[in-house]
Design a protein. Structure first.
Length: 345
């Protein structure tokens, strides 16, 4: 096991006693499957992080790490970084579905099926792939909720990452729907088919590549839904997809842009989403917004703005932002909150 080190390279030899680090220096922990780091698993590295919020950098060397990972709420100010500069080289993968049972005999449930759960504030993840490898064709239960990332902290940033799954790939969540948690997914790749961007937090998907995974339905059929926001009615901002590109190899007119999720039938939810200046493929239906469990989008809570591509449209059932409204529904405004947070760029 290698000694822990300070981010700018000072070695700490633990047996010789503590070394006083300069103020604001971050401890670095290295994860490597081949044993050349401090730990061979990501969770072991997180377990080694002291609670309380001292800045910590976890560097992950290339490899596939077959494990589930949880960052608890008492370990904020954490950065998790793939070291190769290519997210495809550093993979955290597991294959749990909501219906499967944990070792204690209880079901995982939707959030519990996540490969990675981040419950701490001020967490940044860069150039890492997080995958839920559940294969619905391998089980009689078929399609099921199988979360890759459960992001349930405030001021979380994901840069250059990949999130791979099918149903419910990416959960942007706040345990209390009025707490105003914010997450930014920038320059990242997300794959899924049913409600695969979903949750009740304020989440911005900026300059992302979003792939609609084919379920084999014919043209005009129903392959799935890109987003299922569950915004509380007290919140102005829910989901924003901006300056992104959506692609698919599925048949044309088989995907909805979104449907409004009311968890447990909650009437406190009033889902909100804007998709703007994003390239939409022919796989998007001409009437791309639909109902969920009998609930419809409230007028004014879903809109598009200057989208492009064969899946874009401005006709009936496709509400558009006005020019003045477009200045309000921006990544910066979504993420600012009450503290002026601006991680964009």
């Amino acid at each position: 096991m290698r000694p822990l080190r300070i981010a700018f390279g000072l070695a700490i030899t633990l047996v010789l006693g503590p070394i006083v680090a300069p103020a604001n220096a971050a401890t670095t922990i290295v994860v490597a499957r081949d044993g050349s780091g401090n730990f061979t698993s990501v969770q072991a590295a997180i377990n080694a992080v002291p609670s309380g919020g001292a800045p910590t950098l976890i560097e992950i060397k290339p490899g596939t790490y077959d494990e589930t990972v949880t960052v608890p709420a008492n370990k904020p100010n954490l950065t998790i970084e793939g070291t190769s500069g290519n997210a495809a080289d550093v993979v955290i993968a597991a294959g749990h579905a909501a219906w499967m049972t944990k070792p204690d005999g209880t079901p995982y449930g939707t959030a519990g099926s996540a490969t990675v759960t981040l419950a701490a504030n001020n967490v940044t993840v860069t150039e890492v792939t997080i995958a839920n490898t559940y294969d619905p064709t391998a089980f009689p239960q078929g399609s099921a909720q199988a979360v890759a990332i459960n992001a349930e902290g405030d001021r979380q940033v994901f840069l250059g990452d990949r999130f791979l799954g099918l149903q419910d790939t990416l959960l942007a969540w706040e345990p209390s729907p009025t707490s105003g948690f914010r997450q930014l997914f920038e320059d990242s790749f997300v794959r899924g088919n049913v409600d695969f961007l979903f949750g009740d937090s304020t989440a911005v998907f900026y300059r992302d590549a979003i792939q609609l995974a084919d379920r084999g339905q014919p043209a005009g059929g129903n392959n799935g839904y890109l987003a299922a926001p569950a915004t509380d009615r007290s919140r102005t901002f829910g989901f924003l997809i901006a300056d992104s590109t959506v692609t698919s190899t599925a048949a044309n007119s088989t995907f909805f842009l979104g449907r409004p999720w009311h968890p447990g039938g909650s009437t406190a939810a009033d889902p909100q989403i804007v998709i703007r200046e994003t390239a939409l493929p022919a796989q998007i239906k001409s009437a791309p917004w639909t109902t969920m469990s009998g609930f419809s989008f409230t007028p004014g809570r879903n809109a598009e703005y200057r989208n492009t591509g064969p899946g874009a449209g401005t006709g009936t059932g496709r509400p558009q932002l006005s020019t003045s409204q477009s200045a309000i529904y921006t990544p910066q405004k979504y993420l600012a909150g009450t503290d002026g947070w601006n991680p964009i760029g």
